[in-house]
Design a protein around this ligand. Structure first.
Ligand SMILES: [Zn+2]
Ligand SMILES: [Zn+2]
Length: 50
């Protein structure tokens, strides 16, 4: 489980790409604007946890 480097909270699975599971569906383009393609988001800082 990854943690946000800003607030040290446990990150949660991104709802937009289902925790990164759907990232590989888009023609190999591993992008998700919601989580920054990490599959994880901070409940406080969103994609900016890393
Ligand atoms: Zn995502
Ligand atoms: Zn955070």
């Amino acid at each position: 489980m990854a943690k946000c480097k800003k607030c040290n909270r446990n990150t949660t699975a991104c709802s937009s790409c289902d925790g990164g599971k759907n990232l590989s569906n888009a023609l190999g383009a591993l992008t998700c604007s919601n989580c920054g393609s990490t599959g994880q988001v901070c409940p406080e800082h969103g994609r900016h946890w890393k």
